[in-house]
Unconditional design. Structure first.
Lengths: 680, 203
């Protein structure tokens, strides 16, 4: 068998090994990519033309509350609720018409969350034919709520998707180049293939280029082989895929002009399925006759390989497209800690170390490079300590770190271990969120400051009023004594009387100051379980002087079970003080006869406490009832008009409410409710 | 000024009331104190020239109302208002209602004494004027009706002759009436006469 021998001469076992290794590597890459996908904070996947989910990452399980095995292969129409389907129906039509979808919708998911989601559908289009679409669904609810920064983020995303698309194109070109390179090594590959071929046959070529099979051996596979008979000519013709007819013509031409031809084409087997065939043709040239006299052909059924390759390629490009569409940067490290995958976004996030982001680099080296480049603000003072600290929680199953960069940007870093011992790192630019948070915190602090100052002002005013009486007494007696001394009209009785009175007034002033001190000084703004009774007593003591002096009847009616409330004591006593002070002012200013103020509390087990402060004064004027709680509204001759405004803010800050009871027949009645209650 | 002058102190806070009394008595004024406006109106007696020191914030009749009712109770002494700290708008309102002045508590004793003195001086002038008015009115009432007619026409600026013609009596008789009026009212010149009539109208 001279011909067969010549085939074996060119075989190369190393190449077989190489090919197998290539396939194993492809499979491993795919597994990694799947892991990245599953670690991503968004829903990523692929849906085909029949609206069936072909692929989705792990997050889908938690959003839809079903195992992924159920969800893959499911029709969207079945999976989505009517409402959900109604929201996206139009988008689905558009994406399957080849339009890229980039929209935000509010959708209720089966896990009970109504999310504002960013829907990013990218049509999968090959030669004007839509195959399906990629989807990227990100929960942007929190971001939406946070601030207008979302707009910026959206713009950024748009930019990213466009960039990702161009990136994809670039990758496709690269892939094509690789294919070309592969074709160049075709010769070597051919020999390998010849060795692996199952069907080998030889044509004899007549001078008029007619051909007939003169020898053949083997079959293609268990399932399929062409019907070959002796002297059969052109055995592929009857079963060739119609589109590949031309290929056979060209091939024949090449072979007859003494050129080796390696071709892949499709045939239809007896079951009607398409199969891929790779054939190697080698002409035998007879120099005497000056023509090709024989053609040796080795054929191989490469359907399985072809399918697997296509699947891996497709999967890979889909995953890459999805990853590149993310607005987050990511890095993947393998078991040995070396960088194996990263996207373009990460380079934009850390421009100063972009050149260090190469496959094989260790995470530690990247951190050190970043610190050295001065990118990390917190690392400025002690770089080494920062690096050490940074590595303590790397990787971390649940931890996330917010890192401030020296150029003012903030990045959220998560480094999660993967099942095979690698690490997936995701970096999100949270600058705008951070800014908004900072601004809000600043505003809150400012507001708190204003409120505190205003309420201190009210307190100071009340204090000054209370103190003016005993101080007047002291000053008057002292001056009276001094003038008697000057005029030498001082007698023992005068001295006795004056000093007694001065001492009493001093004592009175001291009591007032002590109460106010207790009132203001105590504690930090902490929430504790406080007895309602003790707070009421404290405020009653403080206003005792004013009540007595103005001859006001004051009644306190508290529940017998002595309720406790979880409150900030200073704030709630402030509210009680404000309400009582208002009631006192109301009856005093109007010189109400038989002035009476009643402080009453009701508690409802497990619900809360309602406190009411009512007086029998003139009540609240009709024109004030609507704006009563706004700042700077007052019916008093003097006063800031901040009391009720502050009080309402405080009560609402405790999750309660403060209101004017419109049902009170005479005078005014203010009530406030505090939720959550335990008993002493 | 001495203890013939009287300070009426109205304040519901007995300590403050007593202390103000102690202070004014140190400069030889007589102090009377009252726990409420009602009590003041009931027990007020006109001992002589003086003033009232009135606290604004009081139960019952408030200081502001009491201020309005002073004259109906026959009390003409100037009123000094005592207010708490920062009640400036209230103080301004009290001035509009005729208070003499106001003081913030606790007050400077020089200020209290100065204002008290001024108030008492004003009261003395007021009393003097009221007295003169009464005297003038008595004197005017002692004139005969013919003499009163002559006086009114003369003060309006008519000459003796004009008055004579208006009343259809002789200028000589007018001359005599005029001399009688001046004698009865105790004035030395016609100018003095005109002043006196004007003043009695003004009061």
């Amino acid at each position: 068998m001279q011909n067969t021998d010549s085939l074996h001469e060119n075989t190369n076992p190393d190449s077989v090994q190489q090919l197998r290794g290539e396939i194993v590597r492809l499979n491993r890459n795919q597994a990694r990519l799947v892991q990245i996908m599953d670690s991503l904070p968004g829903l990523v996947g692929y849906v085909d033309l029949q609206l069936i989910i072909v692929y989705a990452n792990k997050l889908i399980e938690s959003w839809y509350q079903r195992p992924r095995s159920d969800l893959i292969g499911m029709q969207l129409r079945t999976l989505f609720t009517d409402e959900h389907y109604g929201i996206v129906e139009e988008l689905l039509k558009r994406v399957l018409n080849g339009e890229e979808i980039n929209e935000e919708r509010k959708i209720q998911y089966p896990d009970g969350h109504a999310r504002i989601v960013h829907l990013n559908y990218i049509p999968d289009q090959i030669d004007d034919t839509i195959q399906g679409y990629f989807f990227l669904v990100r929960d942007v609810t929190k971001r939406r709520k946070a601030e207008n920064a979302l707009q910026v983020a959206n713009l950024e995303l748009d930019r990213r998707v466009i960039k990702a698309t161009t990136e994809l194109e670039f990758r496709n070109q690269q892939l094509q180049k690789e294919n070309q390179a592969r074709q160049k090594s075709e010769e070597r590959y051919r020999i390998v293939s010849e060795l692996m071929s199952d069907l080998i046959y030889v044509y004899q070529v007549d001078p008029d280029n007619r051909m007939q099979t003169i020898w053949y051996t083997g079959r293609l596979s268990k399932e399929f082989t062409p019907q070959i008979q002796d002297r059969h000519y052109r055995l592929w013709r009857p079963i060739i895929h119609p589109d590949d007819n031309g290929l056979l013509d060209e091939r024949l031409e090449r072979l007859l002009s003494n050129k080796t031809s390696i071709d892949e084409f499709r045939v239809i087997d007896s079951q009607g399925s398409t199969r891929w065939i790779r054939v190697f043709g080698r002409p035998i040239y007879c120099s005497k006759e000056q023509r090709v006299v024989q053609i040796m052909v080795a054929a191989q059924d490469i359907t399985e390989t072809k399918n697997a390759e296509a699947a891996v390629d497709q999967q890979r490009s889909r995953l890459t497209a999805a990853l590149e569409s993310m607005s987050d940067g990511f890095l993947l490290f393998d078991q040995s800690g070396s960088l194996v995958e990263f996207n373009d976004k990460i380079l934009q996030l850390f421009p100063k170390v972009a050149d260090k982001m190469t496959k094989g680099t260790k995470f530690e080296a990247l951190v050190e490079a970043s610190v050295k480049a001065g990118e990390i603000k917190a690392a400025k003072s002690n770089p080494q300590a920062w690096v050490t600290d940074r590595l303590t929680d790397y990787p971390s199953e649940s931890g996330a770190r917010e890192v401030e960069l020296t150029d003012g940007r903030w990045v959220l870093a998560t480094d999660r271990p993967t099942r095979d011992g690698g690490v997936v790192s995701i970096r999100t630019d949270i600058t705008s969120r951070k800014r908004a948070e900072e601004q809000r915190r600043h505003q809150e602090a400012e507001l708190a400051q204003v409120l505190r100052r205003a309420s201190m002002g009210e307190m100071a005013s009340a204090l000054a009023h209370e103190l003016s009486q005993p101080l007047a007494v002291i000053v008057n007696y002292s001056n009276g004594l001094l003038r008697r001394l000057e005029r030498e009209t001082l007698n023992r009785n005068d001295i006795q009387k004056a000093l007694d009175s001065i001492r009493n007034a001093g004592q009175r002033a001291k009591d007032i100051v002590k109460h106010v001190g207790d009132f203001v000084r105590r504690g930090q703004p902490v929430v504790k379980n406080e007895s309602l009774e003790s707070m009421v007593n404290e405020v009653s003591d403080l206003l005792h002087g004013a009540l007595i002096r103005n001859h006001i009847r004051y009644k306190v009616l508290l529940p017998t079970e002595k309720p406790c409330v979880l409150v900030n004591r200073i704030e709630i006593t402030q509210v009680l003080f404000n309400l009582l002070r208002n009631a006192i002012d109301a009856v005093v200013q109007s010189a109400t006869l038989d002035a009476t103020i009643i402080l009453q509390a009701y508690s409802e087990q497990g619900i809360g406490v309602t406190v009411s402060v009512s007086d029998n004064g003139p009540g609240v004027a009709d024109n004030l009832t609507n704006c009563l709680f706004e700042p700077y509204i007052t019916s008093k001759d003097s006063g800031l008009g901040m009391g009720l405004s502050i009080s309402r803010t405080i009560v609402e800050g405790h999750g309660g409410r403060l209101w004017l009871d419109q049902n009170s027949v005479k005078g005014s009645c203010f009530k406030f409710f505090l939720p959550v209650l335990n008993n002493e | 000024m001495n203890n013939q002058h009287f300070v009426h102190i109205v304040d519901d806070d007995s300590d403050v009331r007593d202390s103000v009394q102690f202070l004014v008595e140190s400069i030889d004024l007589r102090g009377f104190s009252y726990p409420s406006a009602d009590n003041f109106f009931e027990s007020y007696e006109n001992h002589g020239p003086g003033c009232v020191i009135l606290d604004l914030r009081m139960p019952g009749i408030s200081g502001m109302e009491a201020l309005k009712e002073m004259h109906t109770h026959g009390i003409y002494e100037p009123v000094i208002i005592m207010t708490g700290h920062g009640d400036v708008p209230v103080a301004v309102r009290s001035l509009k209602l005729g208070a003499f002045d106001f003081l913030e508590k606790p007050c400077n004793d020089h200020l209290l004494i100065e204002k008290t003195h001024k108030a008492i001086q004003l009261d003395m002038r007021n009393r003097q004027n009221r007295l003169q008015k009464v005297e003038t009115e008595d004197a005017l009432r002692s004139l005969s009706s013919r003499e009163q007619d002559v006086l009114i026409l003369l003060v309006k600026g008519n000459s003796n002759k004009e008055v004579a013609r208006l009343l259809s009596i002789s200028p000589k008789t007018i001359e005599r009436h005029r001399a009688n009026v001046m004698r009865k009212l105790g004035v030395g010149s016609f100018a003095e006469l005109v002043q006196m009539v004007e003043r009695s109208r003004a009061i």
